[in-house]
Design a binder for this molecule. Structure first.
Ligand code: NAD
Ligand code: ZN
Length: 247
């Protein structure tokens, strides 16, 4: 692993523009469980029952009670780890770093990354289904579910549920970021949720080097990825950042 971290550090040093595609795995060491895989939320919850927009619209009280309230409590306690902080620190080396994250936890911004595309929206803000008024998550009362707007309308988090479209602006910016980078870091994503999973292919076809960091292999591994660094993201980033400091 160490020699791969040394190579990753050299690639980061050589690149002008860096893109990072991140998934739930980058936040696991911040205490947020992923959806898929070991310890993932889907081991106990069926995604189509709880994370599909049709399920939310049909029974918002149930989706808030079973999925959203608990997730929000976990996110409220979470702080960035060495991987989030490392990505932010690479900007301090004078690199342009664009982070495309599938996460809704806001941890890249909390770590100090300045260019973050929230591919699947955010849990930090909620919107009224009736009048579109917005409420920051910190203002939500969750004693009575679902939370409601002052107009009486039901509030939803501004994340993208299964069955919903990615906003064209987000897709556009992500594609541009993938097309323009010299190096893409793919960190903690199972690379199975489309269209986010297409970004490494776009980057690769445009000539970028792809470095993947994940404890488990993914459909990208050994094919689209030029390097696969196997292990937990925060631990690996500590080694990469130490290497960067030496080079
Ligand atoms: P996923 O749950 O499908 O996959 C998680 C990936 O992380 C897996 O490949 C797993 O091997 C890897 N992983 C596990 N521990 C890791 C670690 N310590 N370091 C690095 N990688 C690790 O997640 P996904 O691919 O992001 O896609 C599913 C959807 O789940 C996304 O849309 C995302 O919005 C949502 N989600 C977000 C959060 C969050 O905001 N933190 C949490 C759970 C799910
Ligand atoms: Zn309202």
């Amino acid at each position: 692993m160490n020699h791969l971290c040394r190579k990753a550090a050299a690639e980061i040093k050589a690149a002008g523009r860096i893109a990072a595609l991140t998934g739930a795995g980058i936040s696991v060491e911040s205490g947020i469980p992923p959806f898929r895989g070991k310890g993932g939320l889907w081991e106990t919850l069926d995604p189509m029952t709880y994370a599909h927009i049709d399920a939310f619209m049909k029974d918002p009280e149930k989706v808030w009670r079973v999925l959203l309230k608990g997730l929000k409590e976990v996110l409220d306690r979470a702080v960035p780890n060495a991987a989030h902080r490392g990505l932010a620190a690479i900007e301090q080396l004078g690199k342009k770093v664009c982070v495309i994250t599938q996460n809704v936890d806001g941890l890249h911004q909390a770590a100090g990354s300045s260019d973050v595309i929230e591919f699947h929206g955010t849990f930090a803000s909620n919107q009224c289904l009736a009048c579109s008024r917005r409420y920051p998550s910190g203002q939500l009362e969750l004693d009575v579910l679902p939370p409601r707007c002052s107009c009486g309308g039901i509030l939803r988090p501004e994340c993208v549920f299964f069955g919903e479209m990615i906003s064209p602006d987000v897709l556009d910016r992500s594609r541009r970021c993938a097309l323009q980078c010299d190096l893409m870091l793919v960190i903690g994503t199972s690379a199975t949720v489309q269209p986010a999973a297409a970004m490494p292919f776009i980057a690769k076809n445009a000539g970028a080097t792809i470095i993947e960091i994940n404890p488990d292999r993914t459909p990208l591994t050994g094919d689209t990825s030029d390097y696969f660094i196997q292990g937990p993201a925060a631990e690996i980033f500590r080694t990469i950042m130490a290497e960067l400091g030496r080079q």
